[in-house]
Design a protein. Structure first.
Length: 434
């Protein structure tokens, strides 16, 4: 007699099957992630997998082992818990045939995975049960007869220890880089993704309004951040943030610290609110500038230039335009303004993209706040044209070291004949009189 039988508990496998039947027959389930009902989420996931399989076929890759949790979420709907450490405790194996992906997770998250994925076979959802995640994937590869085939890996995410395990477990397999295949697919948002991003932006607008209302002399950056979080959670944001909440005042705006601190905001210094919501995994990003009391002349001037750069770039966004062309539009506005550069090498945005080490004034966004240059980056030298369905954050800015900055940022959807701004909070320099 098994231990659970002594206590009069029903066979766990039968319990799981009963739960899956209820989920599959219901119009919706509270643990769904991407979709608002089972049919919608399944249709979205299976269409994404279809596109990915076509990409694998075109690259002559037999299967792919996904290790990035955004990739796993995108192609399955499984949103891992913090117990599943990316690149070491969770993977998804996707083949070119019609089989369901094999998804691994720590045993603690097994039932959660079942509730998120009622459309996949039970056999495809595999907890570790004392094995390493790599060992679970090895078994699945062997079951499918793929031990000597070409297998794609996400080279920009997989850690070295995990890679060495796969090499040891599957010595006959040919491993190739495959990250770019999925980035290309993710760069064009589906109608459901656009719907989710719209709501994420609406929640970010609510958070921005709460932050502006909380600004007052002597309040801390952290206190303002608390009001922003509270408002966004009430509006439906997930508490698993995909965007750092930057509430920075005065010259602290020019620091690289990506957190709100105990610094007390003072009258007469600019305050930057750079925030975003996570709605069902989709990230928004909005930035506005405020000041308590009358703004100094330098801030008024810099904000006017920043406003004009944002306006001109957004007006030019449409399919076919390149990131380089949009960057040059922003740069022309800056040069015409006559505002001096502190350093001859300084560009419009004093931050370098990791991918190309060139300055940018906008970035693609979706499941990640700053997505790859494979998608839509508004940066110097990017000759890739925009396409309808891409979503970008536009944020040219000017930083005045020692004083602060004037910042604006908006989320923009590229449409068939132009673009649509999804963040609606007013652009004005917010002058707080209290």
């Amino acid at each position: 007699m098994k231990e659970w039988q002594k206590w009069g508990i029903k066979d766990p496998d039968l319990i799981i099957q009963d739960v899956r039947k209820v989920m599959a027959s219901s119009g919706g389930y509270p643990n769904l992630t991407i979709g608002f009902n089972v049919k919608e989420q399944e249709a979205e996931v299976r269409e994404r997998i279809r596109k990915y399989r076509k990409a694998l076929e075109g690259a002559e890759i037999d299967a792919a082992i996904l290790s990035n949790y955004h990739s796993i979420f995108y192609l399955t709907g499984y949103y891992p818990g913090w117990y599943d450490r990316p690149g070491s405790e969770q993977y998804a194996l996707i083949t070119r045939d019609e089989r369901d992906p094999v998804i691994t997770m720590v045993s603690y998250n097994y039932l959660g995975a079942l509730s998120m994925l009622p459309y996949f076979n039970l056999e495809s959802i595999r907890p570790h049960n004392g094995k390493s995640a790599e060992a679970v994937i090895k078994e699945a590869v062997a079951e499918l007869g793929l031990e000597s085939k070409t297998i794609g890996l996400e080279e920009d995410d997989l850690n070295l220890a995990a890679y060495n395990k796969f090499k040891r477990f599957l010595p006959k397999a040919k491993f190739v880089y495959a990250s770019r295949l999925l980035w290309r697919i993710r760069s064009i948002k589906t109608p459901l993704e656009i719907r989710l991003l719209r709501r994420s932006c609406e929640i970010a607008d609510i958070g921005m309004d709460a932050g502006m209302r909380a600004l007052a002399p002597a309040v801390t950056e952290a206190e303002v951040a608390g009001e922003v979080y509270r408002a966004m959670l009430k509006a439906g944001a997930w508490d698993h943030w995909g965007h750092p909440l930057l509430i920075k005042a005065g010259q602290q705006i020019t620091y690289a610290e990506e957190k709100a601190t105990e610094y007390r905001i003072r009258r007469g210094e600019p305050v930057c609110l750079d925030l975003g919501a996570n709605y069902r995994g989709y990230i928004s990003d909005i930035t506005r500038t405020a000041i308590i009391g009358e703004p100094p002349r330098w801030l008024t001037k810099v904000f006017k230039i920043t406003f004009e750069m944002n306006k001109r770039v957004i007006e030019a966004i449409k399919p076919g335009v390149t990131g380089d062309e949009l960057y040059k539009i922003s740069e022309r506005v800056f040069l015409k303004s006559g505002w001096p550069r502190i350093d001859p090498s300084q560009k419009l945005f004093m931050e370098h993209s990791v991918q190309e080490n060139t300055c940018y004034v906008g970035h693609s966004i979706g499941l990640v706040c700053h997505e790859t240059t494979e998608a839509a980056f508004i940066q110097q030298g990017n000759k890739k044209p925009l396409e309808a369905g891409m979503v970008i954050a536009v944020e040219p800015l000017i930083m005045q070291v020692g004083l602060g900055a004037a910042r604006l940022e908006n989320i923009v959807l590229v449409t068939e004949d132009g673009c649509e701004v999804l963040t609606k909070y007013p652009w004005d320099l917010n002058i707080i009189n209290r």
